[in-house]
Design a protein around this ligand. Sequence first.
Ligand SMILES: Cc1ncc(COP(=O)(O)O)c(C=O)c1O
Ligand SMILES: [Zn+2]
Length: 421
Amino acid sequence: MVMTATESGTSAARSFGPAVALSCRECGQQYDLGPRFACEQCFGPLEIAYEFGNVSRESIGRGPNNIWRYAGLLPVPDNVAELPNMNPGLTPLVRADRLASEVGLRSLHVKDDSANPTHSFKDRVVAMAVEAARTFGFTTLSCSSTGNLAGAVGAASARAGFRSCVFIPAGLEEGKIVMAAVYGGRLVAIDGTYDDVNRFCSELIGDPAGEEWGFVNVNLRPYYAEGSKTLAYEIAEQLGWRLPEQIIVPIASGSQLTKIDKGFRDLIALGLVEDRPYRIFGAQATGCSPVARAWEDGHDVVQPVKPDTIAKSLAIGNPADGPYVLDVCRRTGGAVVHVSDAEVVDSINLLARTEGVFAETAGGVTTGVLRKLVAEGGLDPQAETVVLNTGDGLKTLSAVDADVTATIKPSLDAFKDAGLL
Ligand SMILES: Cc1ncc(COP(=O)(O)O)c(C=O)c1O
Ligand SMILES: [Zn+2]
């Protein structure tokens, strides 16, 4: 049913906190909050519209030490913190002075989302999808995934008491496969790319057999996507209620990047931070860089590609939010940049060596792009900068060569003989 935001307010307030409607990103048409994701008028993607109540720095500060401190800015029920969930968030914002001086920046922080329960930022978005699934009465949680999302859905389903069935492209890293399977749900590998997996999932939703299935990144996508806003909220709060001037964000579907922008705009609109300019930069691996190519060519549309990169978590050849990423980067004065697999590996090592943060390949992509931007003059070296690490290096061990220094007998002589003292 098509209705206005105000009409839907009462029922929405019961289950989805400040969320009042779904709104088409293309034509602005509004719909009731429900498990729908595409506009009936123009097929544009739907996103959550809000009527925020009283949210202050103090009320947030009194909240729990996880993403639910921002519940007043998310599509979740008021009692969300009491429901069984993974409680992700409040990950470290690491002051990265050594990395800053290596790359040539005055002020740099690494937002280290590998500290989430399943070691990637996906726990944030899945937490939103779980609450939507509860409200809509889905019994099975599902997703198409490049690996991290599958693990997050498996874990969150186990905690919240859902069945789960997740779909991945065959050939992912072992760490991601184990993490997706260990929680007891079904894990199905599909012989194809992520884009093939996603197409298959859309077919499954269309089948009557898929009726009770909540696909976190398909029919629950408008709710799920809002979880990425918590990254924006946390960074601002951890900086002392200030927006960073520059931020580097990895792109797979592009949802995280566009929602970080939405989160910053929420904070400004609510007067929680000063309205000052910020620049958002998107990061891709050269072997899957459809958005960066469109950026370079000055296009508004994104031409799909077939991925071939070690950054498998970012290997989406046809990114749903691609055109919106271009809009955000243009509007904020950022850019979309890509780096080679060799640069990704170098940058994983650089981040580990300078800051003690072991990133998965996605963090190598953002750090590589940071380095490239500084070298090419694309970043202001004086401006306060944040780079995201969205996943844990233990998930992509095979990307790096890290050898023991020497293998010796357990004696002082042997240690000396090896020239190590
Ligand atoms: C580690 C990691 N970082 C970043 C992303 C990008 O997410 P998005 O699809 O929101 O662009 C993903 C997506 O799977 C991921 O696994
Ligand atoms: Zn529309």
